[in-house]
Design a protein around this ligand. Structure first.
Ligand code: NAD
Length: 304
């Protein structure tokens, strides 16, 4: 068992840190939020007074932060200056590929082994230890990170060099955003053409239009397996997070000179949906905007 520093104990990091503590590690946790720290303490973590203190004697360091600027700041001002060089560094946040590569490069230059290891799966998967990790870094870094990541997830896949984990994550989520938008459109058109949604599902889920968005995460209530659509689009994967990932994908596409018209269209649709008050709804609620039945939750009713 190891001394693990965990920085960023929000919706995702809280459950992940709890699983490392449950696995028997000594988890020294730090977050800017007192509430997050209190939850971590209740879940078996020891609270650190600062990020510096958390990492000072760590053998492994995990970060789960909102965006690239937080990751760059925490690594540049706290982790790289204060952690033992022998510690394996794992950033599990979803951030832009450029920052992931830059911070990974600075860590390597400073003598650390670091991986970018973003996740697929939401809050329930973080709590249940069933995340999928896509890992960028050297083979040695991957092998050193793997045992820790396995204690928080069901699958740990080496995607390539530094930044490759983030690249895999945003390409996957760009595909997801575009297929969900197309699935929503298809159901709306099918209904306008007189097809029963269940009948269309039965046909398309066994035909060439099949996708995960259709068969596992159907945006129509009462059709297919139980999904957020059956809970008024509460829970699940918030539209605001889908928009964040689509923006990261478009940024990366521009930097790489890749033509991604479907991703761009999906970004525009999710931007419109978020602007109309859909940020906290599950991303499959996009269908309500497409079929013109979207009514934004009144302020105060919006789930935080
Ligand atoms: P969150 O906002 O709930 O948690 C982030 C935590 O980081 C907060 O508690 C915040 O106080 C803390 N923090 C910010 N700056 C800090 C600093 N300098 N030092 C210490 N703590 C700091 O976010 P989340 O939903 O847990 O998401 C975390 C990451 O995981 C994001 O990059 C997100 O895109 C990604 N992700 C989220 C989901 C999801 O369903 N929520 C799914 C997959 C990936």
């Amino acid at each position: 068992m190891a001394r693990v520093a965990f920085i960023g104990l929000g919706n995702m990091g809280g459950g992940m840190a709890a699983n490392l503590a449950k696995a028997g590690h000594e988890v020294l946790a730090f977050d800017l939020s007192q509430d997050a720290l209190a939850r971590a303490a209740a879940n078996g973590c020891t609270i650190a007074e600062s990020a510096e203190q958390a990492v000072a004697n760590a053998e492994a360091i995990v970060t789960m932060l909102p965006a690239g600027k937080h990751v760059a700041e925490v690594y540049r001002t706290n982790v790289l200056l204060n952690a033992p060089k022998a510690a394996i560094l794992m950033d599990c946040s979803t951030i832009d590929v450029a920052t992931a590569k830059a911070v990974g490069g600075e860590a390597a230059f400073a003598g650390f082994e670091m991986v970018d290891a973003p996740v697929s799966g939401g809050i329930a998967a973080a709590e249940g230890g069933t995340l999928t990790f896509m890992v960028g870094g050297t083979s040695e870094g991957f092998e050193r990170a793997r045992p820790f990541l396995e204690q928080m997830g069901k699958a740990v896949i080496h995607a390539g060099d530094a930044g490759a984990g983030q690249a895999a994550k945003i390409c996957n989520n760009m595909l997801l955003g575009a297929t969900m938008a197309a699935t929503c459109e298809a159901f709306v058109l099918a209904q306008k053409l007189g097809l029963n949604p269940q009948t269309f599902f039965d046909i398309s889920s066994k035909a060439s239009g099949q996708s995960w968005s259709m068969t596992s995460y159907c945006p129509v209530p009462g059709v297919g397996p139980e999904t957020p659509a059956d809970r008024n689009y509460e829970g699940g994967f918030a539209a605001a997070l889908m928009l964040k990932d689509l923006k990261l994908a478009m940024e990366a596409a521009e930097a790489a000179g890749a033509y991604t018209p479907m991703g761009g269209e999906a970004e525009e649709l999710y931007q419109r949906f978020v602007d109309r008050g859909g940020a906290h709804k599950d991303f499959s609620a996009l269908i309500k905007m497409i079929d013109d039945s979207w009514e934004a939750p009144v302020e105060g009713n919006i789930k935080a």
